[in-house]
Ligand binder design. Structure first.
Ligand code: PXP
Length: 237
């Protein structure tokens, strides 16, 4: 199973102070050094975390695979065609959401996607859609000509009761099998953490996970002791 690390929330910390650190590009390089198979970032219309400067530097520096999450807008098409990430993941985006809410409505946006996706492919970019584990939506992904899909594990991850979690896990399993049978490469992500990732890893058809928040949250915790020690070392007279 491959891991792509989403570094958006390193940029969230930086943007909280409009400072120059922590540097998401350095986080990406360290993630690669630790063995990550790819780096993901989401350039949002409101630029709340990742900036265009980050995207350009990531393209110049990382050696694995750059996956740009973006909304299917004309602005983002221009940026993607210039920067040429290895993969573009099309996601729904609304200005007031805290994080991506659900998969893209591929059926509802089919006409737009049929015109939009070939323009990315012409630029040599592989195209993915973030989609709910729902049969008709996955079939529509095949029809709009994407190379791969990322199954939304959000409902599985958020489920509090065992019964609900199991139900959503079964949905992800069925969706992965369907997508694979349609010839799509299958990735998954959203809300995965150190406690809930194992059952998803067992799904054979899924070849890559995209994980961000849990890794950044853990990095802050495992790094805090060293950070305090480094500061204390400067406080001696
Ligand atoms: N996949 C997609 C499409 C996302 O939008 C996000 C969140 O930016 C992720 C995966 C990663 O989710 P998380 O940060 O919860 O690991």
């Amino acid at each position: 199973m491959h891991l792509s690390v989403n570094i958006d929330h390193i940029a969230t910390i930086r943007q909280a102070r409009k400072a120059s650190e922590p540097e998401p590009v350095l986080a990406a390089l360290l993630a690669e050094q630790a063995g990550a198979h790819g780096i993901v970032c989401h350039l949002r219309g409101d630029r709340r975390h990742i900036q265009e400067r980050d995207l350009k530097l990531l393209r110049e520096t990382i050696k694995t695979k750059l996956n740009l999450e973006m909304a299917a807008t004309p602005e983002m098409l221009d940026i993607a065609r210039k920067v040429k990430p290895d993969v573009v993941s099309l996601v729904p985006e609304s200005p007031n959401e805290v994080t991506t809410q659900g998969g893209l409505d591929v059926i509802g946006h089919k006409k737009h996607l049929l015109a939009y996706i070939p323009q990315l492919k012409k630029a040599g970019i592989r195209v993915s859609i973030f989609v709910d584990p729902d049969r008709p939506q996955i079939e529509a992904c095949r029809q709009v000509g994407v190379d791969l899909i990322e199954l939304n594990t959000g409902k599985y991850a958020e489920a509090r009761k065992d019964r609900d979690r199991q139900k959503h896990l079964e949905e992800v399993k069925r969706a992965a099998a369907l997508a694979r049978s349609l010839g799509l490469e299958v990735h998954a992500g959203h809300g995965l953490d150190y406690h809930n990732v194992r059952p998803i890893v067992e799904i054979e058809e899924i070849t890559e996970l995209s994980i961000g928040f849990a890794i950044v949250a853990r990095a802050a915790m495992v790094g805090i002791s060293q950070a305090v020690k480094d500061m204390l070392a400067l406080l001696t007279r």
